[in-house]
Write a protein that binds this ligand. Structure first.
Ligand code: XMP
Length: 326
């Protein structure tokens, strides 16, 4: 059985060969730990839970039950991607719960960031719990804990993440990547055959677009944010910036300004572009985006997204601005 301390002798997993050896070793360990029992996993579609899912599917197949909760605050296409990869390609035992209405109804009129986070985190646990209760005979809970989560003694991530699950679930934990650093998890994910878009996915806050749809979330503004964000990602993919920028997204504040469309006054929200580089997210610098690309993105967003009439660029490094607007 593993402990929570990474031994000095443990080699950093940097190649497919090392990843394959790790995978073989973990498959044996997981099989020994769980036998023929079922294992439950909250699959967000983030790197860590996706890699754990792929590893466990290899180790125990249909004994793994994945639950993907769509809280309605995912980026465009993300839940669909989870279903495509895990249900269609990897033939996983996947329960998909579209809880969009539950989350958005609860968030109605709530503008305080911490309160929004609490509602999203609390409801996530409720939805997951309800699904777990429907299943019988589950003794194990798999988690995508990685080594920095254990090292972060202040528990910042655990507090932040919606994946923080209730302690009274009384299930034994299965945490196959808990001694790995993020870069190693990615190498293992690639060796398991997960698509690059999943393995090299940008960090995405647990409360998702909830921290980027500023103030009280409304469905129309959330929709506009999701569409504008999808355009930004598409254009960054096309021009090669996607591989160079650590994190990039759109935030939409709860304010309108006057514009003009079809010769009429047109009140709309601004879409704010944030594109930063960092190694540890503690500090961040601003990525230069060529003006022709900015013009193209502005043109597309203002023409294609209902409700957005301006595009702004955030040039603030961290500190003093945090990465998210929240
Ligand atoms: P800030 O805004 O504090 O963000 O500069 C630093 C990094 O953390 C990400 N972030 C989160 N990550 N759960 C996460 O896993 C969260 O609740 C959360 N909130 C912020 C943020 O996207 C940035 O990469």
């Amino acid at each position: 059985m593993q402990t929570d301390v990474r031994p000095d002798s443990m080699q950093r997993i940097t190649t497919k060969e090392l990843a394959d050896a790790f995978i073989t070793e973990q498959i044996a360990q997981v099989r020994a730990q769980v036998g023929d029992k079922k294992v439950l996993l909250a699959l967000s579609g983030g790197v860590d839970s996706s890699v754990v899912a792929a590893l466990l599917i290899k180790a125990i197949g249909k004994q793994l039950v994945c639950v993907h909760v769509n809280h309605g605050l995912m980026r465009k296409g993300e839940s669909e991607n989870v279903i495509e990869v895990f249900q269609n390609q990897l033939d996983a035992n996947l329960i998909y719960v579209d809880a969009t209405d539950r989350f958005l109804d609860l968030l109605k009129g709530v503008d305080e960031p911490e309160k929004k986070r609490k509602i999203i985190g609390g409801e996530f646990i409720k939805v997951f719990d309800e699904e777990a209760e429907k299943l019988t005979d589950i003794k194990f809970l798999a988690q995508g804990t990685i080594y920095p989560d254990i090292l972060e003694s202040d528990g910042v991530k655990a507090h932040h993440n919606v994946g923080g699950l209730p302690e009274d679930m009384e299930m034994e934990l299965v945490e196959p990547v808990k001694l790995l650093y993020k870069d190693e998890v990615r190498v293992v994910g690639s060796a398991l055959g997960l698509p690059d878009e999943m393995v090299y996915r940008q960090p995405f806050p647990g409360p998702g677009l909830g921290v980027r749809c500023l103030g009280a979330i409304t469905r129309d503004r959330l929709h506009a944010l999701r569409e504008a964000d999808a355009i930004l990602r598409e254009e960054f993919d096309k021009c090669g910036l996607a591989g160079k920028v650590w994190q990039y997204f759109i935030a939409v504040p709860d304010m309108k300004s006057v514009g003009v469309k079809d010769s009429k006054r047109y009140e709309g929200w601004p879409a704010i572009i944030r594109a930063v580089n960092t190694t540890d997210a503690m500090t961040a610098t601003i990525e230069e985006i060529p003006y022709d690309i900015l013009h193209k993105i502005t043109n597309r967003i203002t023409n294609e997204v209902d409700g957005i009439n301006r595009v702004l660029l955030d040039l603030t490094p961290k500190p003093i601005g945090t990465i998210e607007w929240e």
